[in-house]
Design a protein around this ligand. Structure first.
Ligand code: UFG
Length: 346
């Protein structure tokens, strides 16, 4: 029997790339998504890449009755990869309750269904935002977790705590929490990629949309940080590499190799890049000149953070493989292909 997994938020940016990697690894994938921040056509992209259309249900994880039906229909799900959540940092400051409600209710419903339907394995989508500005770099999993500045970030911290309390109260349930650094780029086929609704908040889609002429210019938020060129440093990880980490995590859970019920791993490249380095890499590898301007700092941005990935390298047997050069190029190829496609369909 094929190994069957459920991916919540599976038509989203990271979810869709992860679905592809699970299909490539021989899993049967069931996706649920409420399509609040993604498009149903993503399923066609997944099918083009893999020749397989995943089973899909338009389900909102905050609605327990809807969610239960999926588990009733599919009694052989072995693991859940839980992405479905809101993720816009700024919006979460404006509408904190929306974020706490959605992200925490969704998680609690997933955990309740795991308990009811005896699904023992969970991979949770966490974030390096829970380290804040670490004192020591690169940041290891031992680094203290702080209360993040944004309600969004705080839902990730609280979610990890909820999961741990649940695991401590039960027998046999396990979770691997993956703390992502900054995912960027797109599938090399350019069939799936990042598709923010409205004005992008994050650097990479802002760059590609500016390059395409959708945005007038990129604002670089601050150049007076204590970094080599004054712009903040992040660990930009290729989304396909990131997706593969989820397969490694589920494989570890299913082989029952976990040492603790709750394991956390940093998922990054181990290398930091400044904003200007990303812009330069984009210009150099695409041949497109980017219009940008230095402006004020963005409130809430940390100065520098990059991952120590040795735990994931050693224990998950996973390592980021793709260079910044190919990653920024993949983001551009996706942007162009998507815009040409949507132009053609108008
Ligand atoms: N930046 C700009 N201009 C932009 C957008 C971003 O200069 O228009 C800069 C930011 O100041 C920052 C860097 O680009 O220095 C990266 O910013 P992103 O918004 O792409 O990413 P963040 O590091 O702020 O946030 C990401 C995720 C969050 C997560 C956080 C954890 O989007 O979900 O990492 O650090 F919480």
């Amino acid at each position: 029997m094929e190994k069957q997994i459920l991916i919540t938020g599976g038509t989203g940016y990271i979810g869709s790339h992860t679905a592809v990697e699970f299909i490539n690894a021989g899993y049967e994938v069931i996706i649920i998504d409420n399509l609040s921040n993604s498009d149903i056509s993503v399923l066609n992209g997944i099918e083009k890449i893999t020749d397989i259309k995943p089973i899909f249900y338009k389900v909102d994880v905050t609605l327990k009755a809807e969610l239960r039906k999926v588990f009733e229909t599919h009694p052989n799900i072995q693991a859940i990869v839980h992405f479905a959540a809101f993720k816009a940092v700024g919006e979460s400051v404006e509408f904190p309750l929306k974020y706490y409600h959605n992200n925490l209710t969704g998680l609690i419903n997933i955990l309740e269904c795991m308990e009811e339907f005896k699904i023992k394995n969970l991979v949770f989508s966490s974030s390096c935002t829970i380290y804040g500005q670490p004192e020591l770099l690169p940041v290891t999993e031992e680094s203290p977790v702080i209360k993040p500045e944004s309600p969004y970030g705080n839902t990730k911290k609280i979610s990890e705590e909820i999961i741990q309390d649940f695991l401590n109260s039960t027998q046999g349930f396990k979770c691997i929490s993956l703390r992502y650094f900054n995912p960027i780029g797109a599938h090399p086929s350019a069939e799936i990629g990042e598709l923010p609704i409205g004005v992008p908040n994050n650097l990479m889609p802002y760059i590609t949309q500016t390059a395409y002429g959708i945005r007038e210019e990129l604002k670089v938020f601050g150049s007076d940080y204590n970094t080599p060129d004054g712009t903040p440093i992040r660990d930009y990880i290729n989304v396909v590499d990131l997706a593969e980490a989820h397969v490694a995590a589920v494989n570890r859970l299913l082989k029952d190799k976990t040492e603790d019920k709750f394991e956390v791993f940093n998922i990054g490249t181990g290398q930091g890049h400044t904003v200007l380095e990303v812009i330069n890499a984009f210009e150099k590898n695409t041949g497109v000149k980017l219009k940008y301007r230095i402006t004020n700092r963005r409130p809430g941005d940390v100065e520098k953070v990059w991952a120590d990935t040795s735990k994931a390298n050693k224990i998950l047997g996973w390592k980021a493989k793709k260079s910044l050069a190919e990653t920024v190029k993949s983001a551009w190829e996706w942007e162009k292909k998507y815009r040409e496609k949507t132009k053609a369909s108008i």
